[in-house]
Design a protein around this ligand. Structure first.
Ligand SMILES: C[S@@+](CC[C@H](N)C(=O)[O-])C[C@H]1O[C@@H](n2cnc3c(N)ncnc32)[C@H](O)[C@@H]1O
Length: 189
């Protein structure tokens, strides 16, 4: 039996180095990354989308599960970050890094996987749901686990989390990614 944790994919490690060099501290954790990899692998010929590329750490996790027939489209409004991330995937024509607002993604919809991490999640949640293909997987991280229902954050009901968890077009659940962080995982009916 293996006694060490699964290796970090080399492209993820390269993106983490790029993020460290750029001083970018908002990259996803390996726990979220492994979920992203799994979601991408579940749709081997799918359209995989991401809003908020950052330095490409989460993109690299998605890429680690990307099927031969799939494509990965990610949007980042910070041009320098978008350039940094694009350089990491220059050798793979399945990957498209768009420099600009997340709405640039719309022309590539519907999505079989959507990691909504920068733009859309808070400001246009219904549009996020509308961009999913039937059976499409939506992933949203950076929530704080709540023992109550409805979920609460900072003393009030977390209406955003509630929107996704109770949306009639979604089959959704919240999972712990670490003891102190959670993600919403949903599939469009
Ligand atoms: C949490 S960070 C992304 C981290 C990255 N997904 C990762 O896990 O490695 C959010 C990113 O979204 C970008 N962003 C915020 N609003 C955006 C928008 N409306 N359109 C495109 N990118 C946006 C920010 O510039 C930032 O780089």
């Amino acid at each position: 039996m293996a006694t060490t944790a699964p290796a970090i994919p080399s492209r993820v490690a390269a993106a983490e180095r790029a993020a460290a060099t750029a001083g970018f501290k908002l990259s996803c954790t390996p726990e979220v990354g492994r979920l992203l990899s799994l979601a991408a692998a579940a749709k081997p010929a799918g359209t995989i989308a991401e809003s908020g590329t950052g330095c490409g750490v989460s993109t690299a996790w998605l890429h680690s599960g990307l099927g031969r027939g799939a494509r990965l489209v990610t949007a980042e409004r910070d041009e320098a970050l978008a350039r940094t991330a694009a350089a990491l995937f220059a050798d793979d024509e399945r990957v498209h890094v768009l420099a600009g607002d997340w709405r640039l993604l719309e022309q590539h919809a519907p999505f079989d996987v959507f990691f909504c991490d920068g733009g859309g999640k808070r400001d246009a949640p219904q549009e996020v749901v509308d961009l999913l293909a039937p059976g499409g997987i939506l992933l949203l991280d950076d929530f704080t686990p709540s023992p109550e229902w409805p979920p609460r954050f900072a003393g009030t009901v977390d209406e955003l989390r509630l929107f996704y968890l109770t949306h009639p077009d979604l089959q959704a659940t919240e999972i712990l990614t670490t003891p102190t962080t959670s993600a919403v995982l949903a599939v469009r009916r």
